[in-house]
Design a protein around this ligand. Structure first.
Ligand SMILES: Cc1cc2nc3c(=O)[nH]c(=O)nc-3n(C[C@H](O)[C@H](O)[C@H](O)COP(=O)(O)O)c2cc1C
Length: 170
């Protein structure tokens, strides 16, 4: 059986990649295929009905550089009929005015292209000022902060994957 979920991530210092691996292991490696966005093609997205998009925020409110390079390519992808979940890595203490902005930027673009967002995540337990990743007081997806709260990463991933299994209907 073809793997169901395509997980597309970018990373600068490896943290988002580690979280991607945790998510894959939690679903099972027979379910999730990892794609580093620096090596991905627009047609890679066609294979999946269920997508997970992972991006850390860099340079004060910007996309990680490989996602930056792919941003215009998103225009060539038809996301309608696809469910899309987002996770980000960020630093709520060091960048409190731009915490997790990148997943907000990607979600805005991909939902304009027809993607249905799943996997919203509560802001409870975080301390920050502002974020482009907020929709109705929730994050558009899982917010990971390995700079300040690495001890919570495993349990956050487990809870979010369990939520996604329900929301994807798997
Ligand atoms: C120069 C610099 C700028 C950053 N800007 C932001 C930011 O605007 N918002 C945020 O939430 N995190 C910001 N971060 C924190 C990173 O997103 C965080 O360390 C993340 O874990 C890196 O993920 P990666 O290893 O997958 O690249 C910044 C970090 C650095 C060093």
């Amino acid at each position: 059986m073809a793997k169901k979920i395509g997980l597309f991530y970018g990373t600068q210092t490896g943290r988002t990649e580690s979280v991607a691996e945790l998510i894959r292991d939690e679903f099972g490696s027979d379910v999730v295929t990892l794609h580093d966005i620096s090596q991905a093609d627009t047609t890679d997205f066609d294979e999946y009905q269920y997508l997970i998009v992972g991006c850390p925020t860099w340079n004060i409110g910007e996309l990680q550089s490989d996602w930056e390079g792919f941003y215009e390519d998103l225009n060539e992808i038809n996301f309608s009929g696809k469910s899309v979940a987002y996770f980000g890595a960020g630093d709520q203490a060091g960048y409190a005015d731009n915490f997790q902005d990148a997943i907000g930027i990607l979600e805005e673009k991909i939902s304009q292209k027809g993607g249905k967002t799943v996997g919203y995540w509560s802001t409870e337990g975080y301390d920050f000022n502002a974020s482009r990743a907020l929709r109705n007081d929730k994050f558009v997806g899982l917010a990971i902060d390995d700079d300040n709260q690495s001890d919570l990463t495993n349990e956050r991933v487990k809870a979010w994957v369990s939520q996604l299994k329900t929301e994807f209907g798997l």
